[in-house]
Design a protein around this ligand. Sequence first.
Ligand code: IPE
Ligand code: IPE
Ligand code: MG
Length: 253
Amino acid sequence: MVPIATRSGASVEAVELDGIDPRIVPAHVACVMDGNGRWATKRGLPRTEGHAAGELALFDVVEGALELGTSWLTVYAFSTENWRRPAEEVRFLMNFNERLLIRRRDELHEKGVRVRFAGRTDWRVPRRVQRRMDEAVELTQRNRRLTLTFAFNYGGRAEIVDAVRALVAEGVRPDRVDERAIRRHLYYPDMPDPDLVIRTSGEFRISNFLLWELAYSELVFSDVLWPDFRREHLFEAVREFQRRDRRFGGVEA
Ligand code: IPE
Ligand code: IPE
Ligand code: MG
């Protein structure tokens, strides 16, 4: 039987999470943090206020992941398609990323969180923003309690294209191209596939997130807009995950 997930970190006694079986907590949770704009519009605020409010949600979910003992948390922060948004919103998101890293990196480091970024480096990402990203990665690189990966200027198709390019550049023979070879050239070959992918805001789509990696992920969709999402919603998604029957193409024993 394929283990559905591994538990790591926190002791069973230390965690009081009603209805969650600590032995089958998802090792990797990935979130499409969606609905910031609608959250703000509903309140008569500019969309950017929704992004700002999303910070609280993110850090509550990080706390929740630490409580659960999940080892990997990946969040979709900016897609390769989000450049299509108004220049002012794109500028806000870039600067917000920088300010968030300045505000939060020490806190993340103290909690034992390793920060990473998955995505394409791009001339449109301001140099000083890139510098903050590099600093956060360097500061936290030896932490192992939780790996928090920001999918930033990330596209699932771009990631596969980049992997194929790397293979071609290495001169790999066609008959040596297999799934393992492609995986080795993804942005983080050491990152396990997500067990659970959560999308907020009532949208039922993937929007180019982790296309290769989510082949067998359990998908949970929530109506909650991202700025209102809290660890309780994460726990609810984990309960839903634990009710699922993962077969990976096989049949019940
Ligand atoms: C998600 O919220 C955040 C980013 C894409 C950066 P949106 O900005 O997509 O919010 P909605 O979907 O328009 O409400
Ligand atoms: C996906 O949300 C990207 C992020 C959450 C960063 P979008 O809001 O960009 O996706 P669509 O446009 O609704 O598919
Ligand atoms: Mg959206």
